[in-house]
Design a protein around this ligand. Structure first.
Ligand SMILES: Cc1ncc(COP(=O)(O)O)c(C=O)c1O
Length: 310
């Protein structure tokens, strides 16, 4: 079987139709390819259903709004299209990548005059967490680039262009023998990894950076909900790098990653401890609950996106 992403059997939902996988193509003069204007999501299928589907579809629409464009499909239509394409590919577990982008009618920095497209591609892919990572945790290093300030970029949006720095830092980490990189924000506070949010356990409390201008993850919200349900204290606040020395456990969380213990961040070493392990087990139950497709704790995505900053 081919391993490349473009040479597979199956169907991709593309602009309202199920299109054979290999025929889901676009033109080289597409605005999003040149100027990073695509918005996307990463979702996971558990027992045939997409965890927090409505929250992801809503975030996709919000991300586009934050770039000043509207998707020509409603949240409900995107949910329905996702269910249809997952079913068409006969997937009971895997990953889903919805992506919306501005097309090829005109070429220039301005996207005015382009049409908006949407594709939804699901494929079989298990959680990224290897047995080793589950036991020993992943190894991380500090990133050099930082997450931008709110007056530099719309950091709450999941926009292709904002992933440039994540990609550079992920590659830099992998080439240096680490699994991932930890990024600071514009003020030197801990922000997130290149594709997931971060939690620290300090003095028995769960501590996570307040997402001032980076992705307020749907999994992050689920983790906070699970922890509070267990009666654990969760603090959302500014977290400084010096506090890495005070943590007894560190873990990442995100749709693709699920919950991943961190074994080290440069000179700091951690155990995959009881709090991360309990949350990992709780999470596997949560993603299979009957109402798992809804918004859950991701209430921040229930309201419409604010208008583009003036
Ligand atoms: C940069 C970044 N931060 C955080 C997250 C976690 O977000 P979520 O839990 O909504 O998948 C992701 C994954 O989408 C990400 O790419």
């Amino acid at each position: 079987m081919s391993l490349t992403m473009d040479d597979r059997n199956g169907a991709i939902w593309l602009d309202g139709q199920l299109v054979p996988w290999r025929e889901s193509r676009l033109h080289v003069l597409t605005h999003a390819l040149h100027y990073g204007s695509a918005v996307f999501e990463g979702e996971r299928i558990y027992d045939g259903r997409v965890f927090r589907l409505s929250a992801h579809s809503a975030r996709l629409i919000r991300s586009a709004r934050l770039l000043d464009y509207d998707l020509p499909w409603s949240r409900e239509e995107i949910d329905e299209a996702t269910r249809a394409v997952v079913k068409a590919n006969q997937l009971t577990s895997g990953y889903v990548r919805p992506i919306a982008w501005r097309g090829s009618e005109v070429m220039g920095v301005s996207a005015i005059g382009t049409t908006v497209h949407l594709a939804i591609a699901p494929w079989a892919q298990e959680g990224r967490l290897s047995v080793l990572a589950r036991e020993a945790g992943i190894s991380m290093t500090m990133a050099k680039y930082r997450r931008p300030s709110p007056d530099m970029a719309p950091g709450q949006a999941k926009v292709a262009g904002l992933y440039i720095v994540c990609g550079i830092e992920k590659d830099r980490a992998l080439k240096a023998g680490f699994d991932d990189a930890l990024m600071l924000d514009w003020e030197g506070r801990i922000a997130e990894s290149t594709g997931a949010n971060i939690f620290l356990v300090i003095d028995g409390k769960l501590v996570t950076p307040k997402p001032e201008n980076f992705l307020d993850g749907i999994t992050r919200r689920a983790v906070m909900g699970m922890a509070r349900k267990r009666g654990w204290t969760v603090e959302e606040r500014a977290v400084m790098p010096a506090e890495l020395a005070d943590a007894s456990e560190v873990f990442l969380c995100g749709s693709a990653a699920e919950i991943v213990p961190v074994g080290s961040i440069d000179q700091h070493h951690y155990q995959a401890g009881p709090i991360a392990k309990t949350l990992m087990a709780d999470f596997q139950k949560l993603v299979r609950e009957p109402d798992c497709e809804g918004f859950g704790e991701a209430t921040h995505l229930m309201t419409e996106a604010p208008p583009l900053a003036a």
